[in-house]
Design a protein around this ligand. Structure first.
Ligand code: ZN
Ligand code: ZN
Length: 358
């Protein structure tokens, strides 16, 4: 009996030993195979219902943040996709979110502050290769966009020759490289106008107030009775409110004056006068969370998502300090944006569904 038990223990020890020697590799291989089988080469957006879907590719601001990319909201409208601003790191987030790059029709810029454009080179590259483009990506934006796009085109030209030579023109179609600027001009006295109208998707550009940076734009996207408004950088702007009337979902930038003032005081105390000055200057061309709440309430938006958070609350515990009185000033659903957030507005209904890709 004892001998049998001894043999069983020895066999078990041998099995555990063999598993530790060879089994871990097998388990790792199985896990990897399963993961790629579930994700690689699959259009994850195909599972979404027809409607409008907003991908938060960047909820941050120029402030360094390990978990938030620079400002970027992508929108899937039926079979067409669009990107609004391309902050630093945002395009990699889009890739992780399963955004359907081959459906990308165009990019739209709200203004030309660096935090909104510094991912543009990566967007143009991903649109070209992952999106299999055969013509440059249209990039709509205010005057000056032509200079920005031509600079990125120039910076990426050497890389493009490597890719065409290495993968061949069937994979990297030479004519699909880069971006093509398209300048949006709003005549004096005109505060909003349609800039895209195709396949049931209408995109409206809206003048916002980010003075002294002008022009600066917000956008509204309409598709099958659902609508999203994106503020870009602005203070409370009556024109944005007027053009956003009745949207299901509003993305509005937000800066906490309480928190930014405290940062400024601390920087001044520590002798960093230039940085303290910046904390002072940025307060007059951004909206507070309360301003954003007012804009969304007056527009009759059903949900408000604050993005371009300055500063992004580093912990859930600090969120009430950032939000201030905003939750009491907006009667609908109010959330702080997170990278990876997807907000779905299925066509033919009123649902607003929040989920996260990460
Ligand atoms: Zn700005
Ligand atoms: Zn900004």
């Amino acid at each position: 009996m004892k001998r049998r038990l001894g043999l069983a223990v020895a066999a078990l020890a041998l099995a555990v030993g063999l598993f530790l020697l060879f089994g871990r590799g097998w388990v790792a291989q199985r896990a990897f195979d399963r993961a790629i089988d579930k994700t690689v080469g699959i259009d994850q957006s195909a599972a979404l219902p027809d409607g409008l879907h907003a991908y938060v590719c960047g909820s941050g601001s120029p402030m360094p943040d390990a978990s938030r990319a620079g400002p970027c909201i992508a929108v899937l409208a039926g079979k067409q996709a669009f990107v609004f601003d391309a902050g630093s790191g945002s395009i990699r987030k889009l890739g992780r979110m399963g955004f359907p790059m081959p459906k990308l029709q165009a990019a739209f810029l709200t203004h030309l502050h660096s935090d909104h454009i510094d991912g543009l080179g990566e967007l143009m590259l991903q649109a070209w290769i992952a999106g299999a483009r055969t013509a440059p990506l249209p990039i709509h934006g205010p005057a000056g966009t032509e200079q920005v796009v031509s600079g990125f085109n120039q910076a990426y030209t050497i890389d493009s020759t490597y890719r065409v030579a290495h993968h061949g023109p069937g994979v990297a179609h030479p004519a699909g490289f880069g971006g093509a600027a398209s300048i949006i001009t709003l005549p004096d006295g005109v505060d909003s106008q349609t800039v895209y109208d195709s396949g049931g998707v209408r995109i409206t550009v809206i003048r916002v107030n980010h003075a002294p940076i002008a022009p600066a734009f917000g956008y509204r996207i309409d598709y099958k009775g659902r609508a999203i408004a994106i503020s870009g950088d602005t203070v409370y702007a009556p024109d944005f409110v007027a053009a956003s009337r009745g949207v299901d979902l509003m993305f509005h930038e937000a800066l906490s004056k309480t928190m930014v003032s405290a940062l400024g005081r601390k920087l001044a105390e520590r002798g960093q006068t230039a940085n303290a000055q910046i904390m002072h200057d940025i307060q007059n061309y951004h909206a507070s969370p309360e301003d954003a709440a007012r804009a969304a309430r007056e527009a009759g938006a059903r949900a408000l998502v604050l993005y371009h958070l300055v500063p992004a609350p580093p912990a859930k515990l600090i969120e009430p300090l950032f939000l201030g009185d905003a939750p009491r000033q907006f009667p609908g659903t109010l959330k702080l944006a997170q990278d990876g957030m997807i907000v779905s507005l299925p066509a033919g209904g009123k649902a607003i569904n929040f989920s996260s890709a990460f």
